[in-house]
Design a protein around this ligand. Structure first.
Ligand code: SF4
Length: 236
């Protein structure tokens, strides 16, 4: 596709509302754009929106095999409520086995390098494989989640992957409060851990609840001092 057409599309989408962006993404790429979800509050909003828009768009998630029970329960509930097919991506079994044999199942507590290795095997590698088959992906990231995300745009070129695809962040300008207002208004099922002080939910051993006033993503890899609270999926 010609670059000028892509740039026009990106520019056009910047002024659109979240639902309109979803609609335009599907119109532009059809089956070549999909939604990546990890079943946080933002993700269930996107799922509810596409269901109301009746867009037949692909949805995928990565099961790192280390998720919380609450997250697995929510996946089941969402699939039943919306009658959706959600593609579950898994890490490569032999890569996981090799890593765990060499460094232990909880290697991430030992060093930042180990944590990045685990996220690389369990999350980044399956995502990379999936994105190689797409021209665009849609995420639930919001700009106030952490410093790294503050410059994200509603739609942008994502040059972090081999095939330079387009990344849509329809909720980028939404606040956490707006997300929960939507969930409450539309009675959307959400992860029960949000009620227990988890604004951001990742893998079970790497996420804890936060206290009032703490940074939004400070419960992620909470043992790391001044650590980066990204796992490599959303890089700027
Ligand atoms: S969040 Fe923790 S368990 Fe999950 S992939 Fe990253 S390091 Fe591994």
């Amino acid at each position: 596709m010609k670059n000028d057409k892509i740039y026009q599309h990106i520019k056009y989408c910047q002024s659109l509302k979240a639902e309109e962006i979803l609609h335009e993404a599907f119109k532009f790429f059809n089956k070549n754009v999909e939604i990546a979800v990890s079943f946080g509050a933002e993700d269930v909003v996107l799922i509810d929106m596409v269901s109301k828009l009746k867009i037949d768009i692909g949805i995928f998630t990565i099961d790192t095999k280390r998720l919380n029970k609450e997250t697995y329960d929510l996946i089941k509930e969402i699939k039943q409520k919306y009658n959706l097919k959600i593609e579950i991506l898994s890490p490569n079994e032999s890569s996981v086995r090799k890593m765990v044999d060499a460094k232990g199942v909880n290697l991430f507590y030992d060093s930042v390098e180990n944590r990045k290795e685990c996220c690389g095997v369990r999350k980044v590698a399956p995502l990379k494989k999936k994105l190689n088959s797409l021209s665009g992906w849609i995420t639930g990231v919001r700009s106030d989640q952490n410093q790294n995300r503050s410059e994200f745009k509603k739609v942008e070129l994502d040059e972090n992957w081999e095939n330079n695809l387009i990344k849509y962040n329809p909720l980028v300008n939404w606040s956490y409060e707006q997300v929960f207002n939507y969930i409450s208004k539309h009675k959307v099922p959400y992860n029960k851990l949000h009620d227990e002080g988890y604004p951001s939910i990742g893998c079970e051993p790497c996420t804890r609840a936060i206290k009032k006033g703490e940074d939004f993503r400070s419960g992620r890899w909470f043992w790391e001092k001044n650590g980066n609270t990204e796992c490599g999926l959303h890089i700027k």
